[in-house]
Design a protein around this ligand. Structure first.
Ligand code: AMP
Ligand code: MG
Length: 423
């Protein structure tokens, strides 16, 4: 009888490392970069604040109307079921305040954002008044202080608005602009080098549109990595395709780790005879090789070479994406000194049964959709091979099935990681 070695075909391999443990170990090793640079506000998008943003002003800067209507003194509001007529003196447009100090019985037409005139504290919306020439008739339905934004109600001068470590997304960018700040200190961009390994790979740079020879495939992982990394605001160094020899792999790793803060490769990390990445890392620096309790993405090589962090991702295209999201992205954010929390998982009802044996976390490609009863459910995209990148394109989420999960029945709650964030 053949004495079989442990493999990714086994449901349970005793030495597999749980994903959570691997993540924790990885996070412990990360040292955030400390260098920062001053950049124009718009260039700070997707970067991490190096210093706190303290407000130099109060927001709103002045008390103003939240609606189009009439600014009045609440003392003029009539009791319920009665009406009162007020004289309209002037119009306060946004950016064009009126000088008048209102007396009892007077009102000012005011637009949203218009500065509240002296002597007023309430806005009656235009839909709730009856206009009669230069007078308005109001009733008692508006309460005192309604529809008014008080000066400083959002932010006070000296308030800590955004803490160092915050990732700048569209809302943060707008908020900083609202304080009149046009230059911000951000952590310098991380340099990330990446390359593909594999004798079967043909690079688009030289082979796009050409016929592939027997056993050849186009290198797609480098382009996926380019896209994944581009969203993280890092500086990219693309090293192309590296052949499956120990020398070529070692040379590429040696060069890349001297230039970058982080090096990412794909392929060549399994236990196959053409897998030189782990060997090269072990020779050049420190290697941590993990057989992870996850599918796809079982083999993952991590390490440090020339003081540079290294990730050897598996070769299968879906495994590249899943291991990137699970391990590389949080590591890059931590290296950037980012304290903004990673996106949450959500629970959604399964629309179908999903086969699964306990032992590893599985990341299945899923589609969250609303069924005919208006209920949110999730289904898989069908066949789940780690080489089918099209399954990622059909999906709008990853269905994350825990290591313990022994299958899903229709109606069970499952966890999903949506692909699209709003900001
Ligand atoms: P490996 O880990 O090198 O054994 O690769 C596992 C599988 O992923 C093989 O089928 C490879 O052909 C495929 N693969 C490896 N690198 C790439 C790449 N850069 N682009 C597309 N597929 C790849
Ligand atoms: Mg290979």
């Amino acid at each position: 009888m053949i004495d079989k070695q442990p493999s990714c075909d086994d449901p349970i391999e005793p030495e597999l490392l749980p994903v959570a443990v691997a993540l924790q170990r990885m996070q412990q090793q990360v040292e955030p970069i400390t260098d920062s640079i001053d950049v124009p506000l718009r260039d700070s998008l997707h970067h991490v604040l190096a210093t706190d943003i303290i407000s130099p002003i109060q927001v709103p800067a002045y008390t103003n109307s939240a609606m189009d209507g009439y600014a009045i003194n609440s003392a003029d509001l009539p009791v319920a079921d009665t009406e009162v007529s007020l004289k309209v003196l002037d119009t306060a447009w946004a950016g064009k305040p009126v000088d008048a100090v209102l007396k009892r019985g007077e009102a000012v037409r005011i637009m949203t954002g218009g500065m509240m005139p002296k002597g007023t504290d309430t806005v009656v919306i235009q839909e709730h008044v009856q206009v009669d020439d230069d007078h308005i008739l109001i009733d008692g339905t508006t309460s005192a202080g309604r529809n008014v934004r008080q000066a400083g109600e959002d932010i006070n001068r000296g308030d800590l608005v955004l803490a160092a470590g915050t990732l700048v997304n569209p809302a943060e960018l707008g908020l900083i602009a609202s304080l009149g700040i046009d230059t911000v200190a951000v952590k310098r961009r991380l340099k990330v080098a990446f390359f593909s390994t594999g004798d079967e790979l043909r690079a688009l740079e030289t082979h796009a549109g050409k016929d592939l020879g027997p056993g050849e495939i186009f290198d797609s992982n480098r382009h996926t990595l380019f896209a994944l990394l581009s969203r993280l605001g890092v500086e990219l160094i693309d090293y192309g395709v590296v052949q499956d020899t120990e020398q070529a792999t070692s040379e590429a790793i040696e060069r890349a780790t001297r230039e970058a803060d982080l090096v990412i490769t794909s392929g060549g990390v399994s236990a196959g005879q053409a897998d030189f990445v782990s060997k090269a890392i072990a020779k050049l620096g420190e290697l941590t090789f993990w057989k992870l309790a996850m599918r796809p993405g079982r083999p993952l090589a991590c390490g440090i070479v020339n003081g540079c962090r290294f990730f050897g991702l598996p070769g299968n295209p879906v495994a590249v994406m899943v291991t990137f999201y699970e391990f590389v992205q949080p590591t890059i954010r931590a290296m950037m000194g980012c304290t903004t929390a990673e996106p949450q998982l959500f629970s959604v009802k399964a629309a179908q049964s999903i086969r699964k044996v306990p032992g590893r976390i599985e990341y299945q490609r899923g589609v969250v959709e609303v069924n005919s009863s208006g209920e949110q459910t999730v289904r898989t995209t069908g066949k789940q091979g780690a080489g089918r990148l099209s399954s990622m394109c059909l999906a709008n989420c990853l269905i994350v099935l825990s290591a313990e999960c022994d299958g899903v029945s229709p109606g069970d709650l499952v966890q999903v990681r949506p692909f699209f964030g709003l900001v």
